[in-house]
Write a protein that binds this ligand. Structure first.
Ligand SMILES: [Zn+2]
Length: 114
């Protein structure tokens, strides 16, 4: 698959967040993709740290790459409807900041008050 090779080549420009080593094409697996949005798993050949990545690749545009996703996030995005890079990034940031305290979350948004 030509596209898959392109995505993998794109990933080799990304460095491991743990040790700074560049990923090799052989260390990248495509988990899933829908339209322009790709989910990948990269494993660092130097320190073996695993990294989940979402990438949006559109013809004629600079690809957007979002790294540092969790498995749960990837599952959530894969099951969601049509997504853009911004959707993924918004949700990713939300999940990162969200500490699981729904009462505080709803209190902060003004929801659930008497
Ligand atoms: Zn590494």
């Amino acid at each position: 698959m030509v596209e898959e090779n392109l995505i993998k080549r794109l990933m080799t420009s990304i460095k491991c967040s743990v040790c700074g080593h560049c990923y090799g094409v052989d260390n990248i697996d495509v988990l899933d993709h829908r339209e322009d949005l790709w989910f990948l798993r990269a494993v660092c050949s130097a320190c073996h740290a695993q990294c989940l990545v979402a990438a949006v690749v559109k013809e004629g545009e600079v690809p957007e790459v979002i790294t540092d996703l969790t498995e749960a996030e990837v599952d959530r995005f894969k099951n969601a409807g049509r997504l853009t890079a911004n959707d993924v990034l918004d949700m990713h940031n939300f999940l990162k900041e969200f500490n699981g305290d729904f009462s505080r979350f709803f209190a902060g948004s003004g929801f659930g008050r008497n």
